[in-house]
Design a protein around this ligand. Structure first.
Ligand code: NDP
Length: 240
């Protein structure tokens, strides 16, 4: 039986490319989404990949959602925590709701998904988590104290959970994308985006499939000796 992978936010943007890459590897994929029914429907029709709607920031919804995936497709072996949002603004203008919502979804979602699936992977002696962080979690970004903190938290979460999973055959890794050509980046005002692209050594935005290739490696059997690591895929924008 093929391994089962959940990709949160897996119906569009980077998540869509990840869902497709994991399907190509022969995995059975469940693409989670938050509420964009139109995109989810079109995605299933085009790819045959099953979609499941829940809010990853809602703890009980994650437990129920993962149980529904297991019921429909089989025990969950792979989780890609990709769902994320931005609520940008300088600190002076950022509301508590903007702070909280970004922490709840981007970072809380990783905790919720791990709580729902880690135990089963441990029992079966094999598992993969890949958490999508961000260059802005590594380097910080003006107007993003919420997002940078949540993404930075993801990198810490990854290293801590990797230590817990190692002896059970569970690897936990992160990817820190640079600026990738998706709806999220399309929301950045054009003049700001031009300045960002000017700072990317390769001279362009990244493409979603370039992130998906990294995820695919982490999720493979061959990736079993790699855990607790962060792979930066950013066109050279931040090197360390
Ligand atoms: P998009 O905005 O294009 O897509 C976001 C996806 O997340 C959608 O599928 C959306 O579902 C889903 N989502 C949002 N909130 C929730 C929620 N509460 N529960 C479940 N799913 C949710 O994002 P990108 O593809 O650009 O980004 C994907 C990830 O990569 C994010 O974590 C982002 O922070 C990170 N990243 C992106 C970069 C970029 O340049 N694009 C750079 C660095 C990191 P729905 O379709 O239903 O709305």
């Amino acid at each position: 039986m093929s391994r089962v992978a959940i990709v949160t936010g897996g119906t569009r943007g980077i998540g869509q490319a990840i869902s497709l890459a994991l399907k190509e590897m022969g995995y059975t994929v469940a693409a989670n989404y938050a509420g964009n029914e139109e995109k989810a429907k079109a995605f299933t029709e085009a790819t045959g990949i099953a979609t499941f709607k829940w809010d990853v920031g809602d703890h009980q919804a994650c437990l129920d959602g993962c149980a529904a995936v297991a019921e429909a497709l089989g025990p969950v072996d792979i989780v890609v925590n990709n769902a994320g949002i931005t609520r940008d603004g300088v600190l002076a203008k950022m509301s508590f709701d903007d702070w909280n919502e970004v922490m709840r979804i981007n970072l809380g979602g990783c905790f919720n998904m791990a709580k729902a699936t880690f135990g089963g992977m441990r029992e079966r002696g094999w598992g993969r988590f890949v958490n999508i962080g961000s260059i802005n979690g590594q380097a910080g970004q003006y107007g993003q104290v919420n997002y940078a903190a949540a993404k930075s938290g993801i990198h810490g979460f990854t290293k801590a959970l990797a230590q817990e999973g190692a002896k059970f055959g569970i690897t936990v890794n992160a990817i820190a994308p640079g600026y990738i050509d998706t709806d999220m980046v399309a929301a950045v005002p054009a003049p700001v985006l031009e300045k960002i692209v000017a700072k990317i050594p390769v001279g362009r935005l990244g493409q979603a499939h370039e992130i998906a290739r990294g995820v695919a490696f982490f999720c493979s059997d061959e990736g079993g000796f790699v855990t607790g690591s962060t792979l930066s895929i950013n066109g050279g924008q931040h090197m360390y």
